[in-house]
Write a protein of this length. Sequence first.
Length: 151
Amino acid sequence: MSKAIIKIDGAKASDLEAVYDLLKLVNLPIEGVEETIDHFLLLKHQTDTKEEIIGCVGLEKFEQYALLRSAAIHPDHQGKSYGKQLTQAIIAYAKLIGVEQLYLLTGSAESFFKKMGFTTIDRSQVPAIVKTSIEFVSLCDEQATVMIFQV
């Protein structure tokens, strides 16, 4: 019997349907994912017989800024620090591609992201270019908490 392997990989266009399935499962929007799939990281559970996407997180890049979006862990795999690993990986990736400030909108994960070093800010503090994201334009309501991380 072999051991399962957990790994983080960059997403490809062929991963899109699996990412959609995961986001729908955890009630997150899929709009805008296809356009940014090249800036997504996937958490994969791999055994001898199959490879399954159990987590994802993506970036929408705007000059030196980025919006962290679509952070999800499959419900069967939550509580194992996978969200922390994936968030640390996307922050490292953001730094690698020249992001200086990372923003996010959340309705339910504010305490998780605070533990990861994000701070709550007012919506008015977000650069106008970041506010062109579909997340700001139509997907997240005004009640969503806005957070920032200095990369």
